[in-house]
Design a protein around this ligand. Structure first.
Ligand code: FAD
Length: 496
């Protein structure tokens, strides 16, 4: 049997990132990918921390910067009580883009392929068209995988760590228990591609446009000057209607949303090639009760997923890849105890997921005055208690504000954040048509805080908070950002 230090299952952004970061520390890394790249994937609108933070740490930035992706300076939303669209910008001033105050809109076929090529450049052994069928165990400990290669022959490889980065269709995540699905974010997405759709006025032509309407909301993502990704997110109860005749369903949803209908008024749908068919995806949000066990770790969509409205999927996939890589490197390079290294991974990952979850619940609640079926089901007060119990359990003691302990506290806190949001938005629409105060609101600020930290680390080589653990008994980030360290023992106060 071949032997590796780590085997990564799946070559999406999560898999390529963890593999590159571990191989860069000199560990023998194998990545097995079921498809042959380039392959289609949804999830095209990125956040700056992925591009300028994690992709700089892995070196993938060298390939991305000249790939010609559309620059995304922020988001434009028809959302909340105002009938006017409003814009938020990643930069301090919406009129000026700083060095890292943008992300990309990407064709995932191209983006994922570049990340995979970068992993290979960093020393990862990449095998495509190899589908992992199961995890091998030695007692309770995962010790390798079984996979089928392109020729149909089964293979086994052994590894000290197995990383499941095989996305929402993972076949092996069940080794860490069941997925827990969210009641609140049980949506369905119907999406396709259009040529020659309109663009927002400059400097926002590369922004994602998100427009709420009675049955849900639309995304409108300018991928290239000609190509636009358009998707409707609606309640799962519309599944039958949509699956029966997706073409007709998309046209009638577009008619329901005047802003998107206007942007597509001179466009035609792409009907050939990889973008030629309409696709339907349940975008149900879920998380696992556990993200790791000895020798096995889940990252990206294999571990958890939260609603796509704020484009957090690729961020969470690459961020969890960075956390997992730090834990694996801590064990393999520095001999740290596995349970300590992975407890840090799990706490930080849950915290980040929880922050986005809260941010998104409050973002949806901005439509609280709407009484259509989709939006009334998204009111915080209409939320089922078991959902909140599961959320409280998920973020437990790792939530941003540690005082949240019961579902009732959670309802109150989410309502307060939502009120703060709505208020910030009202100021924005009255003033300059941009959204700075909203980003200053606590729940949005918290969600983006860790991202700026990663960017600082990647750009300046230092983690400004690396000396301070995120949790009272937690670990700190090593100076190179590649592993964890124990904090220095606290100085004793001198006795008189
Ligand atoms: C409707 C919708 C819209 C979205 N929009 C956005 C967005 O705008 N921005 C954003 O950031 N995110 C978005 N997302 C989320 C985004 O698609 C995912 O979060 C992201 O792709 C997760 O990356 P990953 O690396 O975990 O998994 P994936 O990208 O799913 O990659 C997993 C890889 O594993 C491979 N694989 C699967 N099984 C096996 C196996 N058995 N053996 C070997 N390989 C295997 C697959 O072929 C695939 O290449 C959206 C999601 C949905 C549903």
């Amino acid at each position: 049997m071949e032997e590796f230090d780590i085997v990564v299952v799946g070559g999406g952004p999560g898999g390529s990132t963890v593999a590159a970061l571990v191989a860069m520390q000199g560990h023998r890394t194998l990545l097995l990918e079921k498809e042959r790249f380039p392959r289609y994937q949804i999830g095209e609108s990125l956040l700056p921390s992925t591009v300028h933070g994690i992709c700089r740490l892995t070196g993938a930035w060298d390939l991305l910067k000249d790939a010609g992706f559309t620059k995304k300076r922020g988001g434009t939303f028809r959302w909340g009580s105002s009938p006017q669209p409003w814009t938020f910008s990643f930069s301090i001033s919406p009129k000026m883009a700083g060095q890292t105050s943008y992300a990309f809109q990407v064709e995932r076929m191209k983006f994922d392929h570049l990340l995979l090529q970068n992993a290979e450049r960093k020393g990862v052994v990449v095998r495509q068209a190899c589908s992992v069928t199961d995890v091998l165990f030695d007692g309770e400990r995962a010790c390798g995988v079984e996979y089928t290669a392109e020729d149909g022959r089964p293979h086994r490889v052994s590894a000290k760590f197995v990383v499941d980065a095989s996305g929402n269709g993972s076949r092996i995540h069940g080794h860490l228990g069941e997925r827990q699905y969210s009641e609140f974010f049980r949506n369905l997405a119907l999406f396709g591609y259009f040529k020659n759709g309109k663009r927002l006025p400059e400097p926002n032509s590369g922004n994602i446009l998100s427009a709420a309407f009675d049955s849900g909301w639309f995304w409108y993502i300018p991928l290239t000057p000609e190509l636009t990704s358009v998707g409707a997110v609606v309640n799962h109860e519309l599944a039958e209607k949509i699956q029966g005749d997706p073409e007709k369903a998309l046209l009638s949803l577009i008619e329901e949303c005047p802003l998107i209908a206007d942007y597509l008024s001179e466009a035609e749908r792409v009907t050939e090639g990889p973008y030629g068919r309409l696709r339907v995806r349940k975008d149900y949000s879920y998380h696992h009760a556990n993200f790791w066990r000895p020798g096995l770790v889940l990252i990206g969509d294999a571990a958890c997923f939260v609603d796509p409205v704020f484009s957090s999927g690729v961020h969470l996939a690459t961020y969890s890849a960075l956390l997992a890589a730090r834990s694996i490197n801590s064990v393999l390079t520095h001999g740290m105890e596995e349970s300590a290294a992975f407890a840090e991974f799990e706490r930080r990952y849950r915290r980040e997921y929880g922050l986005f979850y809260e941010f998104l619940v409050t973002f949806y609640d901005m439509h609280r005055s709407e009484d259509s079926y989709f939006w009334s089901a998204k009111k915080i007060t209409a939320n089922e208690m078991p959902e909140l119990e599961s959320f409280v359990e998920l973020v437990g003691g790792v939530a941003a504000k540690e005082q949240m302990v019961t579902p009732a506290d959670a309802v109150q806190r989410l309502k307060d954040s939502s009120a703060e949001f709505t208020e910030a938005l009202e100021q924005v629409v009255d003033d300059e048509g941009n959204m700075l105060p909203l980003l200053k609101s606590s729940v949005a600020g918290q969600a983006l805080r860790e991202s700026s930290q990663i960017q600082a680390q990647a750009l300046y080589g230092v983690d400004s908070e690396s000396e301070v653990p995120l949790f009272p008994d937690g670990l700190i980030v090593s100076p190179d950002g590649m592993s964890w360290s124990y904090p220095a023992p606290a100085q004793q106060a001198p006795t008189a």
